[in-house]
Design a protein. Structure first.
Length: 620
């Protein structure tokens, strides 16, 4: 499904004629609404017919073939549990209570739920499901399905999913169509919105029939309620979906113009280079490109030269996640911040940018790149007000200096950084003995294994490995299959891994999952670095309790500074553009949404369609 935005607070009433009600305080018991927005008024008012980045008259029909590169491919179609690797396209069979627009960072609109009643103190909410919403077998979607899904998540759900819902204390069915959620505290509407855009109900009657176990992986095609149903499962090779032509939601404004292909086939490849060669040969039709070298030089093949394959570079203002090497501070060798800072200094981004990335990227200097939520320059007054109470726990530079990393000339001559890194290692109790960086107290040699589950970034990791070896670190790159990578990261059995930490906007409860102390000890959580910092916890709480956008930004910027100066990651880079290559007979609307190009998370071009005339005239 489309990328779902985490949202909260200005509300639209359902009364006729429609009016906008801004919830600013406990002036009334509750309000019933069709859209939620955290700050200001929703852009799309009651009665809107479709989002502006779709073609509401897009023709339905045809087939699109997609591709994913996952060593080991997928081994489960259960979306709730931690275990298993799932197709990125699996959300096509599901619906959520509300969806984002792609034009706002903090708004969501009624979808599976036709309305939501919100308490004035945000202590509870009641969602009313749409009359006529049904599973693909014709059975109505009910409040009992929502409760069943909630209970399954609490008992068996992946920690990352739980982190989005951790402020919900109780979920109960009031009748067939109404479900009430109760929060474990009042004053914050964001947890209500997180629930609305995160939880995709599961069919209770299907899961409880014939002994099916929602706590286990399965390759049986699950029953859904979304725009597509699973038509064929070919484990290790592909998964195929067919459009549900009588989909109950097809005429909703949140769905009109989307999901235009009759058939969607998702092929799986064990190697990214092999997958690209398959695209060149015409084996699939649409791909997001994430390698600068390939984008710059790789599309000089016959189909691209004669126009059968087209390239698009689509700008996006979507706040991005921070990609980098995440260091596992649960291991003693990374416990000292000076060691982690030294490792960051030894990553020669400028050489990599020049020689491998073709100058196409920007350096990541924030946990919230491409957004206003990350730190920039020196702390401003609002940030200092949040940081000052913790001055005695923070390094002075957190409050006085902008976070920067040394820039080089791309020549590979980064002697100054090596000297500074060596000094930091020595201060932390590590020095070179017999060519090996050694802990002076224990005699232990420094060894770092970079664990990788795809091999896609070997060309970037290997130069860093060689740099570390030159300063006496026994650095290695280990590529494992997807299942082993998942198992080891779930158990935190690694030194360093590459992670891109995406977040909803404005940043919300996922902050606890990524950076909160409680998540550090939960196996399978997304706090890969093992961050356990009371100051970070306090700033996360400030961000979640903020009542306006400036307060959210001040809190996340302050949090960003604490995390950056903690050097829990060796930062990589980001791309503010979306790179797309596609068959020329695939058509798309002329307007792009401001923030959300949905294929980034789903691998599916949800607003595109087949131009039948072009396809009929296409050369083989």
């Amino acid at each position: 499904m489309r990328r779902l935005l985490a949202v909260a607070a200005t509300l639209l009433t359902l009364a006729a004629p429609p009016t906008i009600v801004t919830v600013t305080g406990p002036a009334f018991a509750s309000v019933t609404v069709t859209a939620l927005k955290q700050f200001g008024e929703p852009e799309f008012k009651p009665g809107f017919t479709h989002f502006p980045h779709v073609n509401p008259d897009a023709p339905k029909g045809g087939t699109v073939t997609l591709a994913e590169s996952q060593p080991g491919t997928y081994d489960s179609l259960n979306t709730l549990i931690l275990r298993g690797v799932r197709p990125r396209t699996l959300g096509l069979i599901s619906d959520t209570l509300m969806v984002g627009s792609g034009w706002e960072l903090d708004a969501a609109y009624a979808h599976l739920a036709e309305s939501v009643e919100v308490a004035d103190d945000y202590g509870w909410a009641v969602f009313t499901l749409r009359q006529g919403a049904r599973w693909h077998d014709g059975v109505p979607v009910t409040a009992a399905d929502v409760v069943f899904t909630w209970d399954a998540i609490q008992a068996h759900g992946a920690p990352f999913i739980k982190s989005f819902l951790d402020r919900i204390a109780k979920v109960e069915a009031l009748d067939e169509r109404r479900v009430r959620i109760t929060l474990n505290g009042a004053g914050e509407i964001k947890p209500i919105i997180d629930f609305a855009v995160t939880l995709a109900p599961q069919p209770r009657h299907w899961w409880t029939a014939q002994g099916r176990d929602i706590s286990k992986t399965t390759l049986e095609a699950p029953l859904g309620s979304g725009p597509y149903r699973i038509a064929a499962v070919d484990p290790g090779r592909s998964i195929t979906y067919e459009r549900v032509k009588d989909w109950w939601a097809k005429d909703l404004p949140t769905a009109r113009g989307f999901y235009n292909f009759d058939t969607v086939k998702d092929d799986f490849y064990r190697d990214d280079d092999v997958m690209f060669e398959a695209f060149k040969a015409g084996a699939y039709d649409f791909r997001g490109e994430y390698r600068a070298q390939r984008w710059t030089t790789g599309y000089d093949f016959p189909a691209a030269r004669d126009g059968r394959v087209l390239k698009l570079a689509v700008p996006s203002e979507l706040p991005l996640g921070a990609q980098g090497f995440r260091l596992n501070t649960r291991r003693d060798k990374f416990a000292d911040v000076r060691v982690r800072e030294a490792l960051a200094l030894l990553f020669d981004f400028d050489w990599i940018q020049k020689n491998i990335l073709y100058g196409q990227y920007k350096r990541t200097l924030s946990n919230f790149p491409n957004s206003e939520f990350g730190a920039a320059g020196k702390p401003g007054p609002d940030e200092l007000a949040l940081l000052e109470p913790y001055r005695d726990r923070l390094a002075e530079r957190v409050l006085t200096q902008p976070f920067t990393l040394p820039a080089g000339d791309g020549s590979g001559n980064n002697r100054a950084q090596v000297r500074e890194a060596t000094r930091l290692f020595k201060e932390a109790g590590w020095e070179v003995r017999n060519g090996r960086l050694t802990n002076v107290k224990t005699g232990e040699g420094m060894a770092i294994e970079f664990l990788d589950g795809t091999g896609a970034l070997t060309r970037v990791i290997q130069p860093y490995v060689e740099t570390l070896r030159r300063v006496g670190i026994d650095a290695t790159l280990r590529i494992v299959d997807t299942a082993q990578f998942q198992a080891r990261t779930d158990e935190f059995d690694f030194d360093a891994i590459i992670v891109n930490m995406n977040f909803f906007t404005p940043p919300g409860t996922e902050l606890r999952g990524y950076f909160g102390s409680a998540a550090a000890g939960i196996k399978g959580s997304s706090n890969y670095s093992g961050i356990h910092d009371p100051v970070a916890d306090a700033l996360i709480d400030k961000a979640l309790a903020a009542k306006d956008l400036p307060a959210v930004e001040a809190a996340t910027r302050a949090l960003d500074r604490v995390l950056l100066w903690g050097f829990y990651m060796v930062p990589h880079w980001y791309n503010p553009e979306n790179w797309i290559a596609h068959r020329a007979w695939l058509a798309h609307p002329a307007v792009w949404p401001k923030y959300d190009q949905d294929y980034r998370s789903t691998n599916f071009p949800a607003t595109w369609w087949v131009d039948a005339a072009k396809k009929a005239g296409a050369q083989p």
